[in-house]
Design a protein around this ligand. Structure first.
Ligand code: ZN
Length: 241
């Protein structure tokens, strides 16, 4: 079966719809979401509705948590806090309840999904190097775990206690190794490639393929500006940063 693994949609409905259409043409049958459905961009309610309607397995991201629960935002940077406040107002109490009830870690068939790290799924740490990946591997009990959070696609592999990692396009899954795969971001890529990112995992072929999809960035930017959200959030979509 082919799984489409999506993360960090961040209320970007234009990117989400383009990714879903692409995944369907690629033959994906099961869709999985690694959290941060909302935050930053202008269509949080539409993105929550889409994920709920498709009944895809989904876990909690930090922005989902900030938007769903009444957490104090005084320690946030002002741009992020403004977007969270705005997002809270866009969601119905029922949407916020749905988000608040999402778990931090889930098993989907043979693999694990987590937003940030396996060693501290509630602490929202960032896995950007082999040391951080090694800490996460300690808590990973399935051969494959998919994550997001940094918005930068990276693949880490562990074999006999040694961890390797880096950027990737395709990973062939081998027996006896563990994989901790960052699938990148659908709605706000930060690896200098503005195209939406997601992963197709084929559990028959044992292949993990990174996908990049063009979408209507100008439409997403226009919605951000019309909503009165910080202009920097629109600008960064075109830069992929
Ligand atoms: Zn995110």
């Amino acid at each position: 079966m082919k799984y489409a693994i999506l993360s960090d949609i961040h209320a970007n409905i234009d990117a989400l719809e383009s990714v879903l259409a692409h995944a369907r043409t690629e033959g994906c049958e099961q869709f999985v979401c690694l959290g941060d459905v909302v935050g930053y961009n202008a269509n949080p309610a539409e993105c929550v509705a889409k994920i709920r309607e498709m009944e895809m397995p989904c876990i909690l991201g930090n922005h989902d948590e900030y938007s769903a629960k009444d957490i104090d935002l005084s320690s946030f940077n002002p741009v992020a806090a403004e977007a969270v406040e705005w997002t809270r107002q866009q969601l119905t109490p029922e949407d916020r309840q749905w988000l608040a009830a999402l778990r931090y870690v889930r098993l989907v068939d043979s693999f694990t999904i987590v937003h940030a790290t396996m060693d501290g799924p509630r602490q929202w740490g960032y896995v950007q190097d082999k040391m951080a990946a090694a800490a996460s591997f300690t808590y990973q009990s399935t051969p494959i775990c998919f994550h997001g959070h940094t918005h930068v696609p990276l693949a880490f592999m562990s074999e006999g206690g040694k961890v390797h990692g880096g950027t990737y396009n395709c990973v062939q899954v081998e027996q006896g190794k563990k994989y901790f795969i960052n699938v990148g971001s659908v709605g706000q890529p930060r690896d200098s490639d503005p195209r939406a990112a997601y992963v197709i995992y084929d559990d028959t072929e044992k292949r993990i393929d990174l996908q990049r999809v063009e979408y209507d960035i100008e439409s997403a930017q226009a919605k951000i500006r019309a909503a009165g959200l910080p202009d920097r959030l629109a600008e960064r979509l075109a830069l992929g940063r």
